[in-house]
Design a protein around this ligand. Sequence first.
Ligand SMILES: C[S@@+](CC[C@H](N)C(=O)[O-])C[C@H]1O[C@@H](n2cnc3c(N)ncnc32)[C@H](O)[C@@H]1O
Length: 247
Amino acid sequence: MTQLDLHYTDPRLVDLYDIENPPGPDFDFFRQLAEALQAQHIVDLGCGTGLLTRQLAVDGRAVTGVDPAAAMLAYARRQPGAERVTWIEGDSYALGTPAADLVLMTSNVAQVFLDDDEWAATLRHIHAALRPGGHLAFESRNPADRAWERWNPETTLARLETPHGPVETWLEVVGEANGRVHFRGHNIFKNTGEDEVVASTLRFRSHAEISASLREAGFTVAQVYGSWEKRLFEETNRMMIFVARRD
Ligand SMILES: C[S@@+](CC[C@H](N)C(=O)[O-])C[C@H]1O[C@@H](n2cnc3c(N)ncnc32)[C@H](O)[C@@H]1O
């Protein structure tokens, strides 16, 4: 498995995650999708701190959050409503065959799978975890938009109020090759001046690559949106939101 980013393994950085990534239109999209599909059994793969996972766990639904980062899961388990979710520490190998109605990978989890073999195995495991006719939904940044070219200290600078005092965060790109973008996230804890630097890599797969990998794993691509407002995907869109159905 690809090594986990410090963002997900260092409890102090985990405490910043929900502050940096508050609920947005993505949450509305996935909640509405779950309702439209009448999904009673949902698996959130790469659930992280579980902010959305807990919101999905309503009305007697069975919701499972799966993540390999122990610190993210420990945070998730401490939050209000955590008892409504089954939490599993692991990656897609831990999914099993629960005949789920819907599997989600939210906030670009699809981009953490750097190798094609790892991505293909993940899709196969998700396929096995769904009931026939069940759905997989996730988003991934469109490489044609070259988002990383906009990631620099000025455009990404954020000042956060956190349990660890004020923190300044920003990104710098280190390099790009073979569909992988390497970058560093800086986290300056203002009370001490310490800069905790996190090295990350994300994989940018194209619409065609993702569609082919889904078909290969036994899915039909039901829909690809280019925005959370459900505009159909166009080549210039920043993101690709895939909804695929298990054959
Ligand atoms: C950007 S966070 C997204 C968290 C959450 N889905 C959200 O919407 O906020 C990426 C998550 O993917 C998890 N992750 C990393 N490698 C993974 C893998 N091989 N399988 C599943 N999840 C993984 C990380 O631990 C982290 O919690």
